[in-house]
Every structure is written in C-alpha cells, then in structure tokens.
Design a protein around this ligand. Sequence first.
Ligand SMILES: Cc1cc2nc3c(=O)[nH]c(=O)nc-3n(C[C@H](O)[C@H](O)[C@H](O)COP(=O)(O)OP(=O)(O)OC[C@H]3O[C@@H](n4cnc5c(N)ncnc54)[C@H](O)[C@@H]3O)c2cc1C
Length: 353
Amino acid sequence: MAVTIVGGGIVGLYTAYCLTEFSQLPGSQICVVGKYLPGDQSANGYTSPWAGGNWSCISPNDENTLFHDRFTYENLSQLQRKLLSHFKGRDDEWLGLARRPTREFWDYTPNELKIGSLSSYLEDYQELKSQELPDGASFGISFKTWNFNCPVFLYNFAQFLKSKGIKFVKAELTHLAQATSFVNEDSTGDKVVFNCTGLGAHDLGGVKDHRVYPARGQVVVVRAPDINENCLRWGKNYATYIIPRPGPLKELVLGGFLQVDNWNAQDTSLEESEDILTRTTQLLPKLGDKDKLQILRVAAGLRPSRYGGARIEEEAQDGVLIVHNYGASGYGYQAGLGMGYRAVKLAFSGSKL
Ligand SMILES: Cc1cc2nc3c(=O)[nH]c(=O)nc-3n(C[C@H](O)[C@H](O)[C@H](O)COP(=O)(O)OP(=O)(O)OC[C@H]3O[C@@H](n4cnc5c(N)ncnc54)[C@H](O)[C@@H]3O)c2cc1C
C-alpha cells in the first residue's frame, strides 16, 4: 500500500495517526505532503496553528458531527499517553495537550439531541443552576475539557508521526492527481490518497469544491498566569470565548468572530479587538480591567467551513482511491480524530480500486 495524505494540518495528522493506530499500517507506507507543514505559519493557507484551541460545543448537531466530537473527546487520552511515552520526561503542558475545566453558556435553549449526547460522555458534566448563569443566558453546563497549544501540539504530533517512519514532504499541488508522485520510498502496491486540504479544497484541481468557504476569526492573546479555566458563551449572532493554552507562557486566547466568506486573514482590526476585550471581561470578570490586560498579540485565521458540513467521501480517480476529508470548520482539533477514523474506515472497507 502507498498512502499519500495531502495536507499537513491537524486533520491530515489525525488521519495519519488513525492509519497507523486503527489500521496498523506501517508508517513507512505513508507520506504527508503539504504546501505548509507543522512549524510553518501562513495566515491564508494554513489554519491549524491559529486555532484557540479547545474542545467545546461550537460544532453542529448532526449525527456525523456528534460522532466525530465524541470519538475525538474519548480517544484523545490514548493519543496523549502515546505521545508522552514517546517524549519521555515531558509532561502534558510541554506537549501542548492538557485538561482544564470549562463552562459554556447559551443565550437560547440548545439542541436537545446535542445536550443528550454531551451529557452521556463528557467527564464531570453538570447543568448549571440559574443563579450560576450570567445575565441574559438561559442554559449552561460545566465539564472537563481538552485544551491545545495548537502550534506546539501540531509540531510535537508531527515529530511523533515521523518517528513511526511517516515521511513529510513540502510541496504545493495544482491538481490532486499529482499526489501519487509523493510516496514513502518503502511503499509499493495500491495507491490511496487522502485529501485533507482544508480551505485548499476550494481551488485545488480535481476537487474545486465551491461549497468550501472561510469563516474568519480574530483573537486577542493575553498573558494571564492566574486563569486556568475555559469560559464560552454562544449567542444567536456572536460567540465569545476564553481559552487557556497549555504551556509555560500562560497564554489566554480571547475571541471571537465567525465571519462567513471573509477571506482576509492578513489584517486585524482594533475595533474587533476592543469588542473581544469588552465581551470577554464581562463574561469572566476575574480577567480584570480590560485596559490592564497584557496583550501579547492579535491574530486572525480562516476556519475551513463547508456548506453541507465536512466532506468525508470516497471517489475513484484514474484507478486511484481518493478519500476526501476536509471541511472541519471551527472544530478540527475537537472533531478531527473522529473524521480521520471515518475516512480511514471508508478507505479500507471500500472497493473502488
Ligand atoms: C481563530 C480560530 C480559532 C479556532 N479555534 C478552534 C478550537 O478551539 N478548537 C478546534 O477544534 N478548532 C478550532 N479552530 C478550527 C481549526 O483550526 C480548523 O478546523 C483546523 O485547523 C482545520 O485543519 P485542516 O487540517 O483541515 O486545515 P489546515 O490546517 O488549513 O491544513 C490544510 C493543509 O493542506 C495543505 N494544502 C492545501 N492546499 C494545498 C495544495 N494545493 N497543495 C499542497 N498542500 C495544500 C496546507 O498547506 C495545509 O498543510 C479555530 C480556527 C480559527 C481560525
């Protein structure tokens, strides 16, 4: 088997992990190719380093997404254990994948199916009493979540995958058919391509999926050594979130925005930053005076969204099995392991070769 994964974002890496872990495919048969790879940064072409990131209730309520979220939440402990046993002497904070408490509030009554699903598996799940809700909120929960230091975790995850023999190649493709020329030297036999190109799927030849669109987010990153909890609030037209990043720098990511079809991640806006600081300090008063926060940086990123939801689908192109796996929107870290699992299962149960 010669497997090529196009895309070195979190979805590509989770897919590589699922191939080795759940299909027992040797790393020497897998090659990851991407224009950008872990350690790189690009505002427009590489979303994964820009995520907050945590596991939250941001994702939709359809059966597939509920499965992806749950699978990821439940299997991150195993991934964390494997990485920590590889990086001997290091801890979860160094790794960039750690646990923290969280509270989430809604201004409306959330979907029953979703709440039913969440309450069945989230650790320390509790529905909050009305006196524990902020003004104007109508529902709230607390639970133990996962927090990522996204650029750090992405880099460490890639190092782990390389240690399994997986090859990483930096290259830009103009057509998906070019993918099969990037293979691991030791691999032979049937060729399979996983298309994990995120927003790139919009323009890549052989895909050109115009259901893919960006949902721009801006964040303000502050230094807050005393805040170790997540706090999020979902309104009909806004999302406010406070996400601590694991690691020694004690960074807190404050957001945010979900701007549909806005492709501009180069620019950030002072007005948006002010709005984020106002909303987050109101939501979590212990953050203190917004004018006294130590701002480290302001950044913007583009979530790879897709009308109709993530595309996890197989297709045969010139005798090669293609498995599409993109469209993770604002939940690639929290759903991507489940997406990778489904994509890999599809590849190995399919008969399109
Ligand atoms: C502000 C913000 C906050 C977020 N917070 C969270 C959060 O808290 N939790 C969470 O789960 N998610 C969060 N997200 C969403 C998360 O970042 C994305 O869902 C995730 O990064 C998508 O990963 P991906 O691998 O699909 O795409 P990407 O990371 O964009 O990777 C795409 C890969 O494909 C490659 N590629 C594309 N086109 C080509 C081509 N033509 N040739 C070669 N290579 C190509 C790229 O180089 C790259 O390697 C957030 C996003 C933003 C912007």
